[in-house]
Ligand binder design. Structure first.
Ligand SMILES: C[S@@+](CC[C@H](N)C(=O)[O-])C[C@H]1O[C@@H](n2cnc3c(N)ncnc32)[C@H](O)[C@@H]1O
Length: 275
């Protein structure tokens, strides 16, 4: 079968299942099966696919039909211009989290703590963007820490990132100029409504702390002053309707300047608090 026919069939299959991104998904998976970059695919569409490549493509399309996200099928996700490996043990990084990087990047920090590092996107990106900076990346999940460490090695910053297993601040020592976190923040009520591509593939511990979704912010607001240098900053990602509650938590904990930043959809996405 030629590549174009396989692509047409797969696109039709995904379209029938209601995937809005059917054509894009089918192209990305075909390019991966053929071992070429997606930008070359159009040039290669008249190629005859070998039985091995075709079987691999069919298998990938079958996985997508179970609502598995394309990034999970491929095992990687682009974040702030770098490729991060992901496994079933970590959250599939979201584009919205780039808002946090964009918010803190103008003010380089020397010592950074990333709480709930997952695949390491925040810790590794900040270490890569700030070559003088050392980062402590922590998570409660040892398997997530292994993924983050692998990404730090692949992206050449492992020498400046230390990995610590910790329940929020329990295993953290030292003080920092900047503490960042994208904690689990989905409420119990929202969990019941989640789409299958989220609820079936992201680890529950990465999605929700239970209840009203605010417990990690309560802990971070209350505890971080003990771990911040004078004039230090905390930046946390938030759910789009949590802004006022999270601002209130940081103000109550005694932070001086507390501000909300918006994502590309103009929704509340980051709270930045200065000590
Ligand atoms: C929303 S994910 C964020 C992962 C990554 N920072 C990102 O932005 O893609 C939240 C992370 O917090 C971790 N986590 C959950 N509970 C935790 C706890 N009590 N202490 C430390 N980390 C925790 C999860 O394992 C998960 O990796």
């Amino acid at each position: 079968m030629i590549a174009q026919t396989a692509l047409r069939q797969a696109t039709a299959q995904l379209t029938d299942l209601g995937f809005e991104t059917a054509a894009r998904d089918a192209r990305l998976l075909l390019a991966a099966s053929m071992g070429i970059s997606p930008s070359r695919l159009t040039l290669e569409l008249s190629q005859i696919l070998s039985p091995t490549v075709l079987a691999q493509y069919d298998e990938m399309i079958a996985q997508r039909c179970t609502y598995k996200p394309v990034s999970r099928i491929l095992g990687h996700r682009e974040f702030w211009g770098r490729r991060f490996s992901i496994t079933p043990d970590v959250l599939d990084p979201r584009g919205d989290t780039e808002t946090l990087i964009g918010t803190v990047l103008p003010q380089p920090a020397t010592h950074v703590l990333d709480l709930g590092t997952g695949s390491g996107i925040l810790a590794v990106t900040l270490a890569a963007e700030w070559p003088e900076t050392s980062v402590v990346a922590s998570d409660i999940s040892p398997k997530a820490l292994q993924v983050a460490q692998n990404n730090a090695e692949t992206l050449g910053v492992a020498g400046r990132v230390q990995f610590v297993q910790s329940d929020w601040f329990d295993g953290i020592t030292g003080t920092y100029d900047l503490i960042v976190s994208n904690p689990p923040y989905i409420t119990d009520a929202e969990m019941a409504e989640l789409r299958p591509d989220v609820v079936n593939f992201d680890p529950t511990i990465a999605l929700t702390p239970g209840g009203d979704g605010l417990d990690p912010y309560r802990i971070i607001a209350e505890m971080s002053p003990q771990f911040l240098n004078a004039g230090g900053t905390v930046a946390v990602e938030i759910g789009w309707c949590q802004g006022p509650s999270v601002v209130e938590l940081f103000k109550k904990a005694g932070f001086s300047h507390v501000e909300i930043y918006h994502d590309l959809d103009n929704k509340d996405r980051v709270v930045l608090a200065k000590w």
